[in-house]
Design a protein around this ligand. Structure first.
Ligand code: ADP
Ligand code: MG
Ligand code: MG
Length: 199
């Protein structure tokens, strides 16, 4: 079973990896976006760390919901509402349980990813975060590390895709040949989850 402390470790690992990789995320967002994805997430996850420290949530569900709300109010751009929805919806799904099973977490993240797809209207192959999140969350049935690896493969697979959603879609065929920044950060967030699980 996974307690609130496990989710704290996940968010701490997420903030750490975002700090380490912010420059690369912004660099990926420069040829096919507006060069702010790393700084957006850095602002967001720094705010998440402060929020979790100043109003410590009592349950995994409350922690994910606070994370989602904080990302929505601080990140802005496309990724703020999308990641915010992922965590809020997953947190809501976990309810008020003090501990959740890996299967409950997997199911909740699947609901969160489905909400991201609904909000953003993107389908697999549109060169978005969903191209990492969908295979990643599907592989959670195997293990946390398998999920991180599948998401990483999903992010790499966005390189030859033409973007059909978000800013990169304005470039049409010129979006081909670049890795999607949001798919890349999604893989990092699932990597942080595997780290929290000690896998
Ligand atoms: P912005 O594009 O507003 O500057 P960010 O740079 O923070 O926001 O995030 C860009 C990322 O958001 C993209 O790389 C893509 O993965 C994701 N994204 C954009 N639009 C959508 C959408 N409609 N559905 C899913 N993901 C999206
Ligand atoms: Mg951007
Ligand atoms: Mg922007």
């Amino acid at each position: 079973m996974r307690d609130t402390q496990f989710f704290r470790r996940w968010m701490a690992a997420a903030a750490d990896v975002v700090r380490r990789e912010a420059a690369r995320l912004t660099e990926l967002d420069s040829p096919i976006g507006d060069a702010d994805h790393g700084s957006n997430l850095l602002r967001g996850f720094t705010a998440v760390e402060s929020a979790l420290a100043s109003e410590p949530p009592a349950t995994p569900g409350a922690l994910l919901q606070l994370t989602g709300r904080t990302l929505i109010s601080t990140v802005g751009g496309a990724s703020g509402p999308l990641y915010g929805t992922l965590f809020r919806r997953a947190g809501k799904e976990l309810g008020e349980a003090a501990e959740v099973s890996d299967e409950q977490l997997r199911a909740a993240l699947q609901v969160g990813v489905d909400a991201v797809a609904q909000l953003g209207g993107a389908a697999p192959g549109d060169k978005t975060m969903l191209d990492a999140l969908l295979p990643g969350v599907a592989a959670l049935a195997t293990s946390y590390r398998a999920a991180a690896d599948a998401a990483e493969q999903g992010a790499l697979a966005t390189v030859p895709m033409q973007a059909r959603k978000g800013r990169a879609s304005y470039l049409g065929e010129r979006s081909i040949g670049h890795q999607d920044p949001g798919a890349t950060s999604s893989a990092l967030l699932l990597g942080a989850l595997a780290d929290a699980a000690g896998e």
